[in-house]
Each structure stands twice: as structure tokens, then as C-alpha cells.
Design a binder for this molecule. Structure first.
Ligand SMILES: C[S@@+](CC[C@H](N)C(=O)[O-])C[C@H]1O[C@@H](n2cnc3c(N)ncnc32)[C@H](O)[C@@H]1O
Length: 359
């Protein structure tokens, strides 16, 4: 972003600090964001580009806000504004702050609430519509799934506000466990896409540290495929890191339970079959979708197949390329509009994939 825009406006809508371990708050999301933005500014500086950093940090809790303000008071060199307000009451403040950044500022919003009311599409719709702009949302999938069936009218109404539609009930009807969870995330992504007119909304699964189940999804919305490339590259790199951390957490838990220290390091004993199974599941799903599109449309821009593949967790461009290579080897498809030195299609240069097999 920094090479196209001269300023970045970063908004953390639920800043905290919350559950931090450090005294200097360096493990809070706002501090991490600031550290990363400064790093990006330094990188750009090396190529003679300057980046202005502007941040708006929202926090409603008075105690947490005092700590946040102590942190922001010590900041020099960036425009950082703390605001003690509830997100629900701050939409005009956020829009104003973003507008004050001017035409050359790119807004990026992070929404990380504790429950699901903070990400209700009914509330955040004006934020999703900001253009240019991108949003990263923490969707507490495990928590949400547990309450979806609640017969309470109030809870059902909160879900209607979350999805901005009562249709979620029909969508989830008859689905169990993982199918149901996937459908919940997919429906939220679909609705986000509609509300914000995004080209891409990508969920990335984050597993529970101690159990083989979903903890939450990070959902990223963008109008630029470059953003998806960065998000997916990061997801791919983060899987081994997540698995190592889960291995450590599970080892700690076993040691607490048994009162005995384990001989082997977690890396050697951790069983990756859960995450591998999930990756296989989303790969199979994406592959089936890509095949269906190819069989139906016959001639498809590579970029469309890429978008379809990126819309699922744990699926990467390298997966798509391997399916395409496999089908080409079998003689069922060919690549078109390729440059002379190209062997596989590439994003953004007009390559086309054509299905040859009839039926
Ligand atoms: C999950 S924590 C955020 C954690 C932070 N992003 C991090 O990773 O360090 C949610 C924060 O939002 C605050 N909060 C709760 N309701 C809020 C609201 N309606 N508007 C703004 N902040 C709120 C809470 O006090 C808490 O500090």
C-alpha cells in the first residue's frame, strides 16, 4: 500500500489493552500494529518513499482506556488518537478521522471484539463501505456456533444484526458441526462482500491452542488481489508457527495434568493430522468448485479460478496451479493467452484456462 499511498490510516476499533503480559503493552494489538507500520515506513524510506502513519485507537472500558492513553501519550512521530467510546457510537468519528487523512491516505480497519455484537454488519456497514479501504475482522467462530441455535428471541435478533439478514437460519438448517461452521463463516463473508462491494473476502482459520477445534477466523476484505496475495502468503507461513504453538500449549497442558515433565520437545510429539485434515477438506472443496466452473464455462480467466480458490481457508495458489498442471497433463485442459516463456498461468496478465473434455 505504501508505494501507492503517501499515508496510511489505521483504525483499531477494539484496541484494549486486553490480556496483555508485558508492562510496556508491546504484545497488545495496537502496539504490534504500530511496530509493523513503522517497519513498513522504514522499508519504504530505503526506496525514497515517505509514509505518514495515522492511527485511531478506540476503547470503551475506562480502565483499559487509561492504559491505552498512557501508551499513546508517549508516541512521537505518528499521529495517534485514542478515543474512549463504544464502536457503536463512534462511526461518525471514525469516518471523520479517515476523511481528515485526505485523498492520498489508505484506511485499514481492524475489528476485534470479544463477542459478536461488535461485528454486526448492521453496525459496521458504513465502515465496510469506505473506499478505498480494507478491513480485518476477528470472527469468533467457536463462540458464535455455540449460540446460533439459541431459542432466545434476543439472541436470534443479535444474529440477524450480525448477518444483516434472517436468512442465516435457512442456510444452516440441517447442517452439522464443521459443515455448519463453514456455512456460518461463508455466509458472513458473502454478506460482507455485498455490503462493502468487495472483490475478495477471505477467511483464515485459527485453531484452538489446546483442542482440535476452531478458535476463530480472521476475515480479510479487500478490493485488490495484491492484498489477497499478501494475506494468503502470510497464512501459508503461519500454519507451521500455529502448529508449533499448539504443540507447546498441549504439552504444557499434559504436563500440568500428569505433574510430569515430558522428555521430547513438543515439535516432535505434536500430531499435525487435524490441521492436515482441514487443509485437505478445503483443498478438495476448492478443487471441486474450480472443476465445476471449468466444466460449465469451458473458457475461464485464470484470475476467476484464483479468486474462487482464495475464498477458502488453507488453500493457496500453489494448490490451484498443481490441479491445473495435473488436468493439463491428462489432456483435459489447455492454457491460453500465455506469454512465450510462460509454463503456468499467472495472476493479472489475462491468462485463460480452457476445458477441452466434453460432457
Ligand atoms: C478482544 S479485546 C481486544 C484485544 C486487542 N485487539 C488485542 O489483541 O490486544 C476487546 C476490547 O474491546 C473493548 N470493548 C468492548 N466493547 C467495546 C465497544 N462496544 N466499543 C469499543 N471497545 C469495546 C474491551 O474493553 C476490550 O479491551
Amino acid at each position: 500500500m505504501g508505494s501507492h499511498w503517501n499515508s496510511i490510516t489505521y483504525v483499531d476499533c477494539f484496541s484494549g489493552p486486553w490480556n496483555v503480559r508485558s508492562d510496556d503493552l508491546s504484545d497488545s494489538s495496537f502496539s504490534i500494529a504500530l511496530q509493523q507500520l513503522r517497519k513498513a515506513r522504514e522499508t519504504l524510506k530505503a526506496s525514497n518513499k515517505s509514509l505518514k502513519i495515522r492511527c485511531l485507537f478506540l476503547e470503551s472500558d475506562p480502565h483499559a482506556f487509561t492504559r491505552l492513553q498512557q501508551f499513546t501519550d508517549s508516541i512521537r512521530g505518528e499521529e495517534v488518537r485514542p478515543l474512549q467510546k463504544r464502536l457503536e457510537d463512534s462511526i461518525p468519528d471514525i469516518l471523520d478521522f479517515i476523511q481528515q487523512g485526505g485523498q492520498r491516505a489508505f484506511p485499514f480497519l481492524f475489528i476485534d471484539p470479544t463477542g459478536w455484537t461488535g461485528i454486526a454488519l448492521e453496525t459496521i456497514a458504513p465502515l465496510l463501505k469506505i473506499k478505498p479501504g480494507e478491513v480485518l475482522i476477528n470472527f469468533m467462530t467457536g463462540h458464535i456456533s455455540r449460540f446460533l441455535e439459541s431459542p432466545q428471541t434476543e439472541t436470534q435478533e443479535s444474529f440477524r444484526r450480525l448477518f444483516l439478514s434472517p436468512e442465516f437460519r435457512d442456510r444452516l438448517q440441517g447442517l452439522a458441526r464443521r459443515d455448519r461452521e463453514d456455512a456460518t463463516v461463508a455466509f458472513y463473508c458473502e454478506q460482507m462482500k455485498k455490503v462493502g462491494l468487495y472483490q475478495h473476502v477471505c477467511p483464515s482459520i485459527v485453531l484452538h491452542p489446546e483442542k482440535d477445534r476452531t478458535h476463530f477466523h480472521l476475515i480479510y476484505a479487500t478490493r485488490n488481489p495484491k492484498g489477497v496475495e499478501v494475506f494468503k502468503t502470510t497464512e501459508k507461513k503461519s500454519v507451521p508457527v500455529m502448529e508449533e504453538a499448539r504443540g507447546e500449549a498441549q504439552k504444557r497442558k499434559r504436563e500440568q495434568r500428569t505433574g510430569q515433565g515430558e522428555l521430547y520437545v513438543a515439535k516432535e510429539t505434536h500430531d499435525p493430522s487435524y490441521v492436515n485434515g482441514l487443509r485437505q477438506r478445503y483443498n478438495d472443496l476448492a478443487k471441486t468448485r474450480v472443476l465445476e466452473i471449468l466444466k460449465r464455462k469451458k473458457t475461464v480467466p485464470y484470475d476467476d479460478l484464483w479468486s474462487e480458490t482464495m475464498a477458502l481457508s488453507l488453500t493457496w495458489e500453489s494448490d490451484l496451479k498443481s490441479w491445473l498442471r495435473e488436468w493439463r497433463k491428462e489432456g483435459t485442459l489447455e492454457f491460453q493467452r500465455m506469454k512465450t516463456n510462460q509454463r503456468v498461468p499467472k495472476l493479472g496478465i489475462g491468462n485463460v484456462v480452457a476445458w477441452k473434455e466434453s460432457g
